[in-house]
Design a protein around this ligand. Structure first.
Ligand SMILES: [Zn+2]
Length: 251
């Protein structure tokens, strides 16, 4: 059986507010509580092209009050590092940087969010760029979860719980706990219509993000142990398809 969870990426004072508001409306109408990945100190030139909304943090606090989970999405959303261990992109904000540098960036971002009365427990690395130093710095900064990883069920890695994220748009699936990361800034009207249709059709298989965070704690050892092997097989399969599709045929 499959359960889907939603995540909204690249949420910042400067963003495509029309699309964000549409996504919020659809999620609220369907009573779905997603994870929203907030950039603490946005410096990404692409995002700075959008006008800033000075009401950003009160809006985030209101959504948090409604049961939405607010994650820390990196620090400034700049590509200062490499692709990290997941190798989905070639560059990113954290992968490959030394521990001290990563720790300073993560802690600076967290402090900005804490000053706004938002205490993040989930981290989302921009462009999936993270490594062992990222997770070590996250642990030191009191995070418990990372929304990332190629797998079907959550798993523990280097002391943190990874909540896998394998889809970037709604798609059919058979089993697993699957996070769909939406980039609202660049969604077309067609994408938004499809999202609404998907939610209507699959509502019983869509959970609140907090349920996904609870899963690892609530699930017994034997179940987690067997799913660990299914995760491993799935990862080999996923990367084979990924390399064929994006690396080999792109040459
Ligand atoms: Zn991002």
């Amino acid at each position: 059986m499959i359960k889907f969870f939603f995540r909204l990426d690249d949420i910042a004072p400067n963003m495509n507010w029309d699309n964000f508001n549409l996504a919020v409306e659809i999620l609220k109408k369907n009573n779905i509580k997603p994870l929203i990945a907030v950039i603490p100190d946005v410096r990404d030139p692409k995002l700075l092209n959008y006008p800033a909304n000075s009401n950003f943090w009160p809006i985030m606090r209101e959504l948090k009050g409604n049961g939405w989970i607010i994650a820390q999405h990196g620090y400034q959303h700049l590509a200062s590092g490499s692709g990290g261990i997941l190798q989905i992109h070639k560059s990113g904000e954290f992968g490959g940087l030394d521990f001290e540098k990563q720790e300073i960036m993560i802690s600076a971002g967290r402090k900005i969010m804490e000053a706004q009365a938002i205490i993040p427990d989930v981290f989302v690395a921009p462009r999936h760029s993270l490594d062992k130093n990222t997770l070590k710095a996250l642990k030191q900064n009191h995070f418990h979860f990372v929304s990332d990883g190629i797998a079907l069920w959550p798993f523990k890695k280097w002391g943190l719980i990874l909540l896998p994220q394998i889809l970037w748009r709604p798609r059919k699936g058979m089993f697993g706990l699957v996070t769909i990361a939406l980039h609202t800034n660049t969604m077309s009207i067609n994408d938004i219509t499809n999202l609404e249709k998907f939610m209507g059709k699959n509502r019983k298989n869509i959970g609140d993000f907090s349920e996904l965070m609870e899963w690892h704690k609530k699930t017994g050892f034997i179940k987690k142990f067997s799913l660990f092997f299914i995760n491993k097989i799935f990862k080999v399969f996923w990367y084979s398809v990924f390399y064929l599709k994006f690396k080999l045929f792109a040459l």
